[in-house]
Design a protein around this ligand. Structure first.
Ligand code: AQP
Length: 327
């Protein structure tokens, strides 16, 4: 089976964008690939999270992945920092990475520019190398990527090819992979920015732990556009986002929804989006709160994930160490 690797940063609670843009497709892919799903706590450190919050979110995100349908009988679920090898391989790979390529990363430039205190940690520059290590450590063939990660995967491929050039057949060269039925979900309050865990405006983010009343309220208050026409288009980012969300939730094409709700008011349409969101999020939320109470079970799942992935990581790391001439 092809090997698939992907991760999620436990920086805050998981939201509808994470689900419709990634996790829902992972629940299908886990049956067709050998899947490695990790909680990227080392990546989360670039945002300097409070230690207690990082610890809590890591376990909560594990509970949410299970609630969404990630099944430890099919997939490896683990915490990145608990498997030895990610940081070692990142160091080895960094010696094969050009500084210029890292400095050209648009994510680096964007994130560095957004640092309000002006402090830009070297981790922000270096984290694409850690991403490359996350992927190459398990010999991934497939990496599901969003548009914003394309450059990072390109770096991973370059590194695999460069390393293989000197040490043939060390790493499979991973392919980018765009899963079907993935939606890019924008903030309900600022539909030109993506829905984000770290958005300080919680009204713009539909968390999978939100209760039905909160979901309805957030969708009712979603920013819409001027005019009354209910259609998708670059001049209507608010309605386009809601149409996109409804399409992803109901698996009905946007064009069909435009026809169906063409004569409806924005209020009626928002009601339909809210009910679809309540229907999708409700069962996930219930499972999540039940799992959240089962701390020991969650720790067992992560320990098993760690055990299985560590064995794989050790094999890659031993091969790389040997090829590099480390004693
Ligand atoms: N709004 C989104 N729409 C579609 N997909 C999304 N993803 C994130 N936001 C959206 C996808 O979710 C997966 C896990 O994301 P992540 O936690 O690794 O990092 P992120 O992309 O940085 O997510 P956030 O929510 O924006 O987190 P913060 O605020 O911490 O930066 C990825 O596959 C991502 O594409």
């Amino acid at each position: 089976m092809p090997v698939l690797v992907t991760g999620l940063q436990p920086t805050a609670e998981i939201h509808l964008g994470n689900y419709l843009g990634a996790i829902r497709s992972w629940t299908v892919l886990q049956r067709r690939t050998e899947s490695f799903f990790f909680l990227a706590d080392l990546h989360a450190l670039t945002t300097a999270p409070e230690p207690e919050k990082l610890r809590a979110h890591t376990l909560d995100c594990a509970a949410m992945l299970l609630a969404c349908g990630i099944d430890p009988n099919f997939a490896h679920i683990f915490v990145q920092s608990q498997v030895h090898g990610h940081t070692d391989l990142a160091w080895f790979l960094s010696c094969w990475t050009s500084l210029g390529q890292l400095e050209r990363m648009t994510q680096f430039k964007d994130k560095a520019a957004r640092r309000e205190d002006g402090f830009v940690g070297a981790g922000l520059l270096y984290y694409p190398v850690l991403m490359a290590a996350d992927i190459l450590l398990y010999g991934a063939n497939l990496v599901p990527v969003g548009e914003d990660q394309r450059q990072h995967l390109e770096l991973t491929r370059d590194l695999a090819i460069r390393f293989n050039g000197a040490h043939p057949d060390t790493f499979p060269v991973p392919e980018p992979f765009y899963p079907e039925n993935c939606a890019r979900v924008m903030s309900l309050q600022n539909p030109t920015a993506k829905m984000s865990k770290s958005d300080p405006n919680r009204a713009g983010v539909l968390f999978l732990s939100d209760d039905d009343g909160t979901i309805r309220k957030k969708i009712r208050s979603a920013v819409t556009d001027s005019g009354r026409e209910l259609r998708s288009g670059p001049d209507k980012p608010g309605i386009s986002n809601l149409l996109q969300i409804l399409a992803a939730l109901t698996e009905e094409p946007v064009a069909q929804l435009e026809r169906r709700y063409g004569d409806s008011s924005y209020g009626e349409f928002k009601g339909a989006v809210a009910e679809a969101a309540v229907a999708a999020i409700g069962p996930i939320r219930e499972k999540y709160f039940a799992l959240k109470c089962q701390r020991d079970y969650l720790l067992d799942v992560l320990a098993e994930g760690r055990r299985a992935t560590q064995a794989r990581a050790d094999v890659t790391l031993a091969a790389v160490r040997d090829r590099l001439g480390l004693l």
